[in-house]
Design a protein around this ligand. Structure first.
Ligand SMILES: Nc1ncnc2c1ncn2[C@@H]1O[C@H](COP(=O)(O)OP(=O)(O)OP(=O)(O)O)[C@@H](O)[C@H]1O
Length: 330
């Protein structure tokens, strides 16, 4: 059985905004599935539809085999959901927050004590279990939020941008918990703005753009679509004219078989080629012979950013630096 099966899902808000126009996906049980997209692409709208907070305008969705429109109660019982906004009460301690979630999700009273201790351990909050959540860092609050979404041991958890606003250390720490949860067999549906996060965690990803799925596949499959390694060349004097000359030389080289394989950047050019490692230096020689001075030369494997650029012709525009300043302070 699929954990999540969406067929041509669409959602138009009351004011006419077509936030989601065509989303189909089939997430098998146990998968770590990443749902990526820039701000406003339609991630939260999709996730809210999957967790039954919004009703689809068109298409159909089942979660754990239950139809989100016909059996919303069954869907809700069988999932955990960590929303973008925190659901924890800052006046309560970590333990009290988890206990409250146990009550809300109907966890049996005699099972609560063990469950709370287990979850506090899982997210490394046992040491601060009896401290009020208002004094927690951003990362600790997120971890507590994750714990509260897991109290009823749901087979699927939905995480809506769980690491947005965290510094890299806190983000890495959360990744470990998500991996642990997934290792126990829980299906994870994660939305994120960060390509790197999806690459690190997910078995499979889909990228949503303007309400539709633009690409999907495993990170490795997607990277192999780029068609080779990536050669970055920085020029000493990257005027429009010099960059254009460098681009022409790259296009004439044996590295490249089509115009799409060379992109110009502010610093120089980026060439994608299956021959980048073997013949990249030939291009350096050609550039030097033409009087262009190269200040940076780097061959690397493709990242999901390259995939996005290759597929859409646009750079992926979510910038983690925008929100890394929220100051997690762990
Ligand atoms: N309640 C609403 N009424 C009308 N339009 C909405 C509503 N909520 C969201 N939208 C619009 O729907 C589109 C998709 O928004 P959504 O929140 O799903 O995107 P997102 O990918 O989750 O972005 P973010 O990363 O900012 O959360 C956006 O254009 C947004 O402005």
């Amino acid at each position: 059985m699929s954990a999540i099966d969406a067929d041509h899902l669409a959602l138009t808000y009351a004011d006419g905004t077509e936030a989601v126009t065509d989303v189909s996906m089939d997430v098998p049980e146990g998968e770590f599935f990443g749902f990526l997209g820039a701000n406003g692409a339609g991630k939260t709208t999709t996730i809210k539809t999957l967790v039954t907070l919004l009703k689809p305008t068109a298409g159909s969705v089942t979660v754990n085999g239950y139809d989100v429109e016909d059996d919303p109660r069954e869907v809700r019982k069988s999932i955990g959901y960590m929303a973008q906004e925190t659901s924890i009460d800052p006046q309560l301690t970590a333990r009290e927050n988890i206990r409250f979630a146990c009550e809300a999700y109907g966890v049996r009273a005699d099972a609560r004590g063990d469950r709370i201790d287990e979850l506090l351990d899982l997210v490394d909050l046992a040491d601060v279990a009896d401290k009020q959540a208002k004094d927690f860092s951003g990362g600790m609050k997120k971890r507590l939020d994750v714990a509260t979404a897991l109290v009823h041991e749901p087979p699927i958890v939905f995480l809506d941008e769980p690491t947005t606003g965290l510094d890299p250390k806190a983000r890495n720490r959360l990744w470990e918990y998500f991996e642990r949860v997934n290792d126990r067999g829980t299906t994870i549906f994660l939305t994120t703005q960060y390509l790197e996060e999806a690459d690190h965690l997910c078995d499979r990803i889909a990228v949503i753009r303007d309400g539709e799925i633009a690409v999907d596949g495993s990170p490795q499959e997607l990277k192999s679509r780029v068609g080779g390694d990536v050669l970055e060349i920085d020029l000493d004097d990257p005027t429009a004219d010099e960059v254009e000359r460098a681009r022409d030389l790259a296009l004439d080289s044996r590295l490249v078989d089509g115009p799409d394989a060379v992109e110009t950047t502010d610093a120089g050019i980026v060439v994608t080629s299956a021959e980048a490692r073997r013949h990249g230096t030939d291009l350096l020689v050609a550039l030097s012979d033409a009087g262009l001075t190269v200040t940076g030369f780097n061959v690397r494997s493709p990242t999901l950013d390259d995939v996005f650029l290759a597929i859409t012709g646009e750079e992926y525009d979510a910038d983690p630096a925008d929100d890394a300043d929220a100051g997690d302070g762990e």
